[in-house]
Design a protein around this ligand. Sequence first.
Ligand code: IPD
Ligand code: CA
Ligand code: CA
Length: 258
Amino acid sequence: MLKSTLIKAAQAAGALIQERINGKFSVETKAGPNDLVTEVDKASEALIMDIIRQDFPGHFILSEEIGEVKMDSSTKWIIDPIDGTVNFANGIPLCCVSIGIEHEGNMIMGAVYNPMMNEFFFAEKGKGAFLNDNSIRVSQQDQVKHACLVTGFPYTYLDMENGPLEVFSRLIRKGIPVRRLGSAAIDLCWVAAGRFDGFYEHKLNAWDSAAGFLMVEEAGGVVTDFAGDAYSPYQPHIVATNGKIHQELLHWIANTHE
Ligand code: IPD
Ligand code: CA
Ligand code: CA
């Protein structure tokens, strides 16, 4: 039942995103002038929450626009109603809905759906990761200097040692391709599918990564924080790779690489 509700919610939200991406909708700003929320983000969130509540009225929900809907439940749904809102608002078809399910503190299931590319990613703890029902695996690349990487930048620049632009410039100066798609959930799924060898970002929220990090792990990859410790979606740093370049990429980020 959990799985069918998850799929139903992601499909419904995806259909809404696809229907409205090139249409008219109101746009508001949040923390900064480019941190956007559209009326479609809110409509997608309401649709997903309705579907979850029909089947599981007692479950805890954490969703980007509404925040926490606390319940005395060991199961929590973590929702990003549109990941890649700036892309969505500009008609760039790199955006998705992302929903993760956490049980007793562990991510057990996730779905990420980009309807414009007809790509539905699904992962279940211990049972693998799938793109449109086909099993996916991470890549085999074992050197950062030959890797194809992806990252994202926060809406408010982080001026810190080894910050987003420092790490980006370190890699770009060596000619290493680092893409920037604008949707962390898609970035993670594309690592899981072996399109990228690794992804890192300095400031994510739980809803950006909840489903995607399980996708990478279930596709055979590794996900940690910047120190190389076990990943928690409740802290900002993420490094998600095919496993083979993981330690080396951590060193590039910390500026301790050779
Ligand atoms: C953003 C995207 C982007 C990442 C930002 C996120 P939103 O989410 O995932 O790729 O760089 O950190 O906030 O605002 O489009 O849901
Ligand atoms: Ca997001
Ligand atoms: Ca969002």
